[in-house]
Design a protein around this ligand. Structure first.
Ligand code: ATP
Ligand code: MG
Length: 137
């Protein structure tokens, strides 16, 4: 059993899509074992996305992630990291497969509705960025 960190991004919380996105996770067999709505500061968003610091879209990404509240969550299940990325779909919604969250809901490559960890090491690091162990049940 594996855990991954998911974020429902501001473009999706703004459009009241949290429930529809959570239904996709649950239908795929992912269990939401922790969840909270928080409004990140731009500094906090910058720290979370530090790996992308040199990318041209970094400043835009951090401003977007701090623009409105997000829903941070821990998803648990068999192959949770890979399964979550399947359910999310490709980063750019134009390339996302039918039935994926980004195909159905994303507005653009930047405002793409969800984040998901990409490997076991980053999942552990990203989960601890948002949650204490006792908050994950
Ligand atoms: P995430 O890490 O959010 O789950 P990802 O792993 O599919 O998405 P990354 O390459 O890690 O994609 O990029 C992180 C985020 O940066 C993307 O989800 C998107 O919001 C933003 N981003 C990526 N590429 C671009 C771009 N070309 N223009 C604007 N924003 C971008
Ligand atoms: Mg990524």
């Amino acid at each position: 059993i594996e855990r991954t960190l998911s974020i429902i991004k501001p473009d999706a919380t703004r459009r009241n899509l949290t429930g529809k996105i959570n239904a996709k996770f649950e239908e795929a067999g992912l269990r939401i074992v922790a969840q909270k709505r928080i409004h990140l500061t731009k500094d906090q968003a910058g720290k979370f996305y530090e790996v992308h610091k040199e990318r041209p879209f970094y400043d835009e990404l951090c401003s977007f992630m701090a623009s409105e509240p997000v829903v941070a969550q821990v998803l648990e299940g068999e192959r949770a990291i890979a399964k979550n990325r399947e359910v999310m779909g490709a980063t750019n919604p134009a390339n996302a497969a039918d039935g994926t969250i980004r195909k159905e809901f994303a507005l653009s490559v930047g405002e793409n509705s969800v984040h998901g960890s990409d490997a076991p090491e980053t999942a552990a690091q990203e989960i601890s960025f948002f949650f204490a162990g006792l908050e994950i049940v």
